[in-house]
Design a protein around this ligand. Structure first.
Ligand SMILES: Cc1cc2nc3c(=O)[nH]c(=O)nc-3n(C[C@H](O)[C@H](O)[C@H](O)COP(=O)(O)O)c2cc1C
Length: 195
């Protein structure tokens, strides 16, 4: 079984999403020591923006093909997601632009688009400064988790789990309790649940 671990926070050692994503990977690896883990840090190794040249049939597509193959090969994808300006980091968006590829991860049919990326489990480790939980007044402005749910659904991923730490910018006490709650949720994750 292969796991792809993606980090996308710009905050380095201060990042909460990086800590949570690493804890998820560690938990799953402990349960299955044979798990093959590939780590891609989108901040220390940023991907170039997608351009029209990348879409040409004869494009060398070296960057895109490598990123796409890594995604296609993975059974489990763990993504550290930081909420920046109500959305995902531009580094993570650049990665998404490389994996949403017609004919590879989805296709157009007479009945509309069809996802081809079935049998993958995606786990998001989300860190947010405010409190965007369902029911909270900020919730409709959350476009990171919401966007990732939509785009992974679009390419056919049906098994998506979210571990989120909210309110990290509210106070040190809130930050610590949210981080601890997320770590508790991670401690119950099981490797078994591939769909
Ligand atoms: C550039 C930037 C933009 C941010 N935008 C938001 C935002 O729109 N809403 C919010 O609740 N928190 C925002 N924050 C706070 C982050 O969501 C918070 O620091 C979170 O911990 C980021 O994840 P990370 O620690 O993994 O980097 C922002 C932080 C930065 C650095």
């Amino acid at each position: 079984m292969k796991l792809l671990h993606i980090d996308s926070s710009i905050l380095g050692d201060e990042s909460v999403s990086r800590v949570l994503a690493a804890a998820i990977v560690q938990r799953l690896k402990k349960q299955n020591p044979a798990l093959e883990v590939v780590h891609r840090d989108l901040v220390t190794r940023p991907l170039p923006h997608l351009t029209a040249d990348d879409l040409l049939p004869a494009a060398p597509a070296v960057t895109g093909e490598g990123v796409l193959s890594e995604f296609l090969a993975a059974d489990v994808i763990v993504i550290g997601v930081a909420l920046y300006n109500l959305g995902v980091s531009s580094q993570l968006k650049a990665w998404i632009d490389r994996i949403v590829v017609p004919g590879r991860t989805f296709r157009y049919t007479p009945h509309g688009p069809e996802g081809l990326s079935r049998n993958k489990r995606v786990i998001l480790a989300v860190a947010r400064g405010g409190n965007y939980r369902t029911g909270n007044s900020l919730a409709p402005g959350e476009h990171a988790e919401a966007y990732l749910r939509s785009i992974f659904g679009f390419i056919g991923v049906t098994k998506l789990e979210v571990i989120a730490a909210d309110g990290l910018a509210i106070s040190e006490a809130q930050k610590e309790s949210s981080r601890q709650a997320a770590m508790n949720a991670i401690s119950t994750l099981e490797i078994c649940c591939k769909v």
